[in-house]
Design a protein around this ligand. Structure first.
Ligand code: IDP
Ligand code: MG
Length: 138
């Protein structure tokens, strides 16, 4: 089986709250390899490409504004089944009910905003991963 790659983002809330190290530690402790890593301030164009599947949803514009609100950390993690494995490590989208033990469950909460600030993004399929790595690390 081929080694997979996942595009992981530590969103601006994670960087602002100084959780970058803790989040990277969890990825490494799980055993995945950090193949690429950079802190960046994303452009609107890049974020619109990244989140194109969400255009038109009520949280789309707040999501783009949130992702523009400060620097984020972009990572390519490698390992067998890393795409599913990282999403499991991240927990479900809503941090209120994300399982304890996950990044979103342990470190996230609802702040009463139009978009859930849930610390991390992880690719959800091999197709998304290829597309997203092309966007962030071209
Ligand atoms: P995911 O990040 O768990 O894959 P997606 O459905 O791809 O979730 O949504 C992208 C991001 O948009 C989420 O991580 C979260 O920040 C935000 N989001 C998704 N659904 C909602 C919602 O129903 N309300 C508020 N924010 C949402
Ligand atoms: Mg998603």
């Amino acid at each position: 089986m081929a080694i997979e790659r996942s595009l992981i983002l530590i969103k601006p809330d994670g960087v602002k709250r100084q959780l970058t190290g803790q989040i990277i530690s969890r990825i490494e402790a799980k055993g995945y390899v950090i193949a690429e890593l950079k802190q960046v301030s994303a452009s609107r164009e890049l974020l619109e490409a990244h989140y194109e599947e969400h255009v038109g949803k009520p949280f789309y514009e707040p999501l783009v504004e949130f992702m523009l609100s400060g620097p984020l950390v972009a990572i390519v993690a490698e390992g067998h089944n890393v795409i599913t494995g990282f999403r499991s490590l991240a927990g479900t989208t809503d941090p209120t009910t994300a399982a304890p033990g996950t990044i979103r469950g342990d470190l996230g909460r609802d702040w009463g905003l139009k978009v859930q600030q849930n610390l991390v993004h992880g690719s959800d399929s091999v197709e998304s991963s290829n597309r997203e790595i092309g966007i962030w690390f071209s």
